[in-house]
Design a protein around this ligand. Structure first.
Ligand code: FAD
Length: 468
């Protein structure tokens, strides 16, 4: 009698969902059916790698972007075979910030190879739809979809990735219903809504702002872009990218107490500063240890980090290609881009346009701006308790998932299974990627996700005999 296939459903096919499916295909030694549900046609790419703009670049050099945990040069080797990059010196290519669109093609090529080489008894079922709910009864999951028939499975993986940004609080919340407001620039082509004679306001001053500015400028926009954020321009360029610094990592010892790390870190920052080197090599050197350090901290230490250190950590961690940084600065010098260090007070709209009220942090005075479009680039909302996503709302309403105690991801066990509202582990419901932020902190970029996806596939395949 032939073996009954294990059925696994993956909700979300960004890098995390797709690469987990890839590793399931590669690792399975028995019949398997994988249902993959993705709500957009950006299969495997997510918002990061589905951009059509060639100037939207990876924020990590090519040599560090392999999707394979056991083959560090996988992406570089693939990119070097592409017609546009074939003739470029391989070492130089490895140090280059390549288009994110190219990375999307790379993921597609990995997937196509997996489909060609899969076992005959592995079935792949791809559904373009939105998962809206999950029921779990008699060991089976039933996933309700917006348009298609429900999907049944033995295991479910929530690979839902980035949520849309939330609306910054303002008294006139009704403005957020206006067609002149773009809540999620990863979903909507901003350039289609530009009015050539009206300026634009971008809320937020981080990496999404940089992408949005590039797209707007490339569309031929002749006006002025304003950005508004409480910290001013807070993006750094990749500097000292090839300078390895191990002194701090060699000095710190377990248990990693936050206060001690802070003192030691500060000492190293000062030493490097004296010889003209900024903090990036120190933060980069901590990357392989970050999850271990985070996990060793108490709840209070994690709260302190999130309150006092997170924003400077993120600023140093998430940097952009030096020439894109210079491009942004050039726009500032020529007055095309004006960055306000300011607090948003309100947004009003009348027949003449949009009036943005803000408190300038420089002058401590209230000011206004007239614009034709407002784009929210404040970054993804991470507290699932405040999620506007129907699927996550439904799962929380039935107590199947809950926010972790820090409200930066989902409440999970050390094996990445979900903990329900009663505090019980659900041993066949897994999550991955940003949803593990409370457990791991650094869990959204390729260097972390490439290992995570392989490990999740191995966990499920080794688990299945015991759980069903
Ligand atoms: C603009 C941008 C640029 C980035 N650049 C880099 C970079 O250069 N290098 C790097 O290492 N990292 C980068 N990152 C980090 C990035 O988060 C990861 O590299 C990776 O793309 C995350 O993949 P994911 O699958 O976890 O999430 P996502 O890519 O967000 O994928 C989740 C998928 O699930 C789908 N989904 C969600 N809910 C449902 C539902 N209910 N039903 C059906 N489908 C659903 C979504 O539509 C999406 O397709 C970038 C991120 C962004 C946003």
């Amino acid at each position: 009698m032939s073996e009954k296939p294990i059925e696994i459903v993956i909700i979300g096919a960004g890098f995390s969902g797709l690469m987990t499916a890839y590793h399931l295909i590669k690792q399975t030694k028995s019949p398997l059916t994988i249902h993959i549900i993705n709500d957009k046609a950006t299969f495997g790419k997510g918002p990061a790698y589905s951009t059509p703009a060639l100037k939207h670049l990876l924020n990590v050099p090519a040599a560090k972007m392999s999707a394979m945990h056991d083959d560090p040069n996988h992406f570089l080797d693939w990119a070097h075979k592409q017609p546009a990059y074939k003739t470029i010196n391989r070492d130089i290519l490895g140090k280059t910030f390549l288009p994110r669109q190219l990375y999307g093609n790379y993921i597609t090529s990995i997937w196509e190879e997996a489909l060609k080489t899969k076992r005959e008894d592995t079935q792949i079922d791809i559904i373009y739809d939105t998962a809206v709910n999950i029921d779990h009864a008699h060991g089976k999951y039933t996933i309700t979809l917006k348009s298609h028939a429900p999907v049944n499975a033995d295991y479910a993986i929530l690979a839902t990735g980035h949520e849309a940004p939330s609306n910054p609080p303002i008294p006139n919340e009704a403005y957020y219903n206006s067609p002149t407001y773009i809540k999620n620039p990863w979903l909507i082509d901003v350039t289609k809504l530009i009015k050539p004679d009206q300026n634009i306001l971008i809320l937020g001053n981080g990496l999404t702002m940089v992408d949005t500015v590039i797209s707007i400028m490339d569309s031929g926009f002749k006006g002025q872009i304003h950005t508004l954020s409480p910290t001013g321009f807070s993006v750094l360029a990749h500097r000292h990218n090839h300078l390895e610094y191990k002194d701090l990592v060699n000095e710190i010892k377990e248990p990693y107490r936050l206060d001690e790390l802070f003192i030691i870190g500060h000492k190293h920052f000062r030493m490097l500063h004296k010889i003209g080197i900024s903090a990036e090599p120190i933060v980069d050197s901590l990357r392989p240890l970050t999850q271990k350090i985070w996990r060793s901290w108490s709840h209070q230490e994690k709260e302190t980090f999130l309150r006092d250190i997170k924003s400077i950590w993120n600023k140093i961690r998430h940097r952009i290609a030096p020439h894109m940084y210079d491009y942004v600065q050039r726009l500032r010098l020529t007055g095309r881009l004006v960055m306000h260090k300011a607090k948003l007070l309100d947004i009003k709209e009348d027949s003449k346009g949009i009036i943005v009220h803000y408190l300038s942090k420089h002058t401590q005075t209230e000011k206004t701006l007239n614009v034709g479009l407002v784009v929210n680039c404040t970054g993804p909302q991470t507290d699932i308790a405040k999620s506007e996503d129907v699927f996550l709302q439904n799962l929380q309403a039935k107590g199947m998932i809950q926010a972790d105690s820090l409200h930066i991801g989902m409440d999970v066990t050390d094996h990445w299974t979900l903990i329900d509202a009663q505090g019980q582990e659900n041993p066949t419901l897994y999550t991955i990627g940003g949803n593990l932020r409370g457990l791991l902190w650094e869990t959204t970029a390729i260097p972390e996700l490439k290992s995570q996806t392989a490990m999740l596939a191995a966990k499920i395949l080794s688990n299945k005999g015991h759980q069903l």
